[in-house]
Design a binder for this molecule. Structure first.
Ligand SMILES: O=C(O)COP(=O)(O)O
Ligand SMILES: [Mg+2]
Length: 237
């Protein structure tokens, strides 16, 4: 019997969830700049130095606590000697960790979207904020249960933009880089994500130090609610 050719159309490619999603913290999930400003200004006040404003602190966040403290002192006109940075960073972290984090610092749409995504996909937090403070803030704002792994700026010898922390999180989640998406707000997230072999989504409301359109992300989202659609559109699963 002659074979009739199968003329049924090929099924449309299925949009798929990533195997894992890695999230940046400051500027992506939480508006931490007001608390960071309070902590920095208390430290500067102890040192008899003038206070900074929120706009300055926005520019100093994202490269970890020692760099934040270094930039803050430099902005007052009294830069720190390099050998004073570790002790001054410890003092800053003690002040910051004593500040009660308020759930209102969570950006709109974040809690509901993480709750939705974590039902499908393992999630990790990869931040340059020191790990102990990260856990304390996560606990205080009620987001801790969504993450299967948390990598802080002092968890490993390297931090973003090095890919090491992202690869460490992927190994903990058992996810291949090519099927993983990094979600962040700045150049460190894009550089680290690319170097780790992941795709990158950036939010447009965070603390980037350059226009977000120039960061080189695969997708931009203006609101966290748009993230699931952007992830399905990337279809890296
Ligand atoms: O610089 C920091 O301390 C934290 O920044 P990140 O959460 O955006 O990595
Ligand atoms: Mg950030």
């Amino acid at each position: 019997m002659p074979q009739t050719p199968d003329r049924s159309p090929a099924p449309p490619p299925q949009a798929a969830w990533p195997a894992a999603i890695l999230f940046d913290f400051d500027g992506t999930l939480i508006d931490s700049a007001p608390d960071i400003l309070t902590g920095i200004n208390r430290l500067l006040d102890e040192e008899n130095l003038p206070a900074l404003d929120l706009g300055q602190v926005h520019q100093f966040i994202g490269d970890g606590a020692p760099t934040l403290v270094t930039r803050a002192f430099a902005a007052t006109g009294r830069p720190l000697a390099p050998d004073s940075v570790p002790a001054m960073t410890d003092r800053y972290m003690a002040i910051y960790e004593a500040l009660p984090a308020d759930p209102s610092c969570v950006f709109p749409g974040v809690a509901e979207t993480l709750a939705h995504l974590c039902a499908h996909i393992p999630l990790a937090l990869v931040t340059n904020k020191p790990e102990r403070a990260t856990h304390a803030v996560l606990q205080a704002i009620g987001l801790n249960s969504y993450f299967k792994a948390v990598v802080g700026g002092d968890t490993l010898p390297t931090r973003k933009p090095h890919p090491g922390p992202l690869l460490h999180a992927m190994a903990q989640l058992g996810a291949e880089p090519a099927r993983t998406v990094m979600v962040g707000d700045g150049a460190n997230d894009v550089t680290a994500g690319r170097a780790a072999g992941a795709r990158v989504v950036c939010v447009t409301y965070g603390y980037p130090r350059m226009p977000v359109e120039e960061l080189g992300a695969d997708r931009l989202v203006d609101h966290f609610h748009e993230l699931p659609a952007a992830l399905l559109d990337l279809s890296v699963g």
